[in-house]
Design a binder for this molecule. Structure first.
Ligand code: UDX
Length: 429
């Protein structure tokens, strides 16, 4: 099918590349001329495993191209996906101005029946607004359908999640666009659930909030484990073997971050409030998340006492592993707080150092993870990168003034660390 994706961020670019990969003809539109130029010349603006190869392959095959012109995309496609940012506002609600602007642009360019699909994460009832807007701004009186088709990809696994989705959610106001949506997604071999638009929009917010709740739940249990002398990893394993619960997203941490969970949680609480429900359960999820970071910092200051002028090595800056994304990263937040208390930081991340430089200054960026500990008083693990498990512990132990590690991701085994002579503090163990 002929498809256009408006917005070439994480969701838009990966979706466009994957649609092209299964044989659709895809135009990716972005109003950022520099980004489009970069993409046209073979550059990829984000780090996402497998994405570069996929884009290059499909551009060469003639199934994927980039433009700044929404009108061109709308004219030449049957289905137009909106994948623009929906950033948070200070009060927790979502800024929908990019969605509204794109809806107007699409409306202005439509001369025949189109299916307009919202892929961006939006509060319930946004589909109705998009439909109203298109109707108002459409010059030619043409038919159209609005569809909600939320995206569930995780950064770092975006290509994999898109190529092998658990489910495809399609929210519609009439049956007319259903066949086309099924045709687009049939090659992905996933169950397709067709609902009304409001339900589809709610599925997205309810899913992300539930996953965030799962993390806060295990983080709360980790506090109990510390107080009771239990091991949260064993508790999570024991719980996770019940397949009604599942082991995934039960990894205790210094809190969840990223561009989705914190934002979606706030937006869900806000939209609930607007439609008359006080979602206190989710407010508690937020509170536990904030507290988890406070507890971790307290652990550091309880051990090191005065942080002023202490040298601390930090492993990890990205909000999680396999990504260079540092937006709302707990690791960056931690660095800022340590700096505020006067600590001097040496930091390393396998992929996120370039992006971190815009947010985190006055630290030493270290290229090799094994050199981070040099001259430091303690090491902190802030992101769950697998490669940190291969840290040269002996070298780090000798490089530190005292072998102290605060592990915010439980990457190492406490008994083994003790045996190797470390003062090792992790989460819930
Ligand atoms: C999330 C959803 O998983 C995805 O379906 C949605 O479309 C977008 O939001 P993403 O933000 O890419 O994806 O990251 P995710 O893997 O969900 O992790 C979010 C945060 O939770 C990270 O900071 C991660 O480190 C943390 N986390 C995750 C934990 O602390 N413990 C866990 O067990 C899992």
């Amino acid at each position: 099918m002929k498809l256009t994706i408006i917005g070439t961020g994480y969701v838009g670019l990966v979706t466009g590349a994957c649609f092209a990969e299964v044989g659709h003809s895809v135009i990716c539109v972005d109003n950022d001329a520099a980004k489009v130029k970069l993409l046209q010349s073979g550059g990829i603006p984000i780090y996402e495993p497998g994405l570069e190869e996929l884009v290059h392959k499909n551009v060469s095959a003639g199934r994927l191209r980039f433009t700044v012109s929404t009108a061109e995309g709308v004219e030449q496609s049957d289905v137009i996906f909106i994948a623009v940012p929906t950033p948070p506002q200070p009060d927790g609600s979502v800024d929908l101005s990019f969605i509204e602007k794109v809806a107007r642009e699409i409306a202005g360019a439509m001369t025949s029946y189109k299916i307009v699909v919202d892929k961006s994460t939006v509060p319930v009832k946004t589909g109705d607004k998009v439909a109203e807007t298109i109707k108002r701004y459409c010059k030619a009186q043409v038919d159209f359908d609005v569809v909600s088709n939320p995206e569930f990809l995780r950064e770092g696994f975006a290509v994999e999640d898109l190529m092998k989705p658990d489910r495809i959610v399609v929210g519609v106001r009439s049956q007319r666009p259903v066949a086309a949506m099924k045709e687009i997604y049939t090659p992905f071999n996933a169950p397709i659930i067709v609902t009304d638009i409001n339900s589809a929009e709610l599925i997205k917010h309810a899913s992300n909030s539930f996953l965030a709740l799962k993390i806060s739940y295990i983080n709360a249990v980790s506090v109990l484990c510390e107080a009771a002398g239990a091991n949260v990893q064993d508790v999570a394993n024991g719980m996770g073997m019940d397949d009604r619960i599942g082991r995934r997203f039960l990894n205790p941490s210094l809190g969840f971050g990223g561009s989705c969970f914190p934002k979606d949680l706030s937006a869900f609480i806000k939209i609930a409030e607007q439609i008359g429900y006080d979602f206190r359960l989710l407010k508690e999820v937020q509170r536990i998340n904030t507290e988890q970071m406070e507890r971790f910092i307290k652990k550091i200051s309880d051990t090191l006492w005065v942080l002023k002028d202490k040298r601390i090595g930090v492993l990890g800056l990205a909000f999680k592993q396999n990504t260079d994304d540092v937006r709302m990263s707990p690791a960056i937040d931690l660095c800022h707080r340590l700096q505020k208390d006067g600590a001097i930081l040496r930091v390393h991340d396998p992929k996120a150092m370039e992006k971190a430089k815009a947010l985190l200054q006055d630290v030493t960026y270290v290229e090799n993870m094994n050199e981070v500990a040099e001259g430091c008083d303690a090491l902190v693990v802030a992101t769950e990168w697998d490669e940190f498990k291969k840290l040269d512990l002996e070298r780090a132990r000798k490089a530190l003034s005292h072998p102290i590690m605060f592990d915010g991701r439980n990457l190492f085994d406490p008994q083994e660390m003790e045996r190797l002579g470390w003062i090792y503090k992790s989460i819930g163990r």
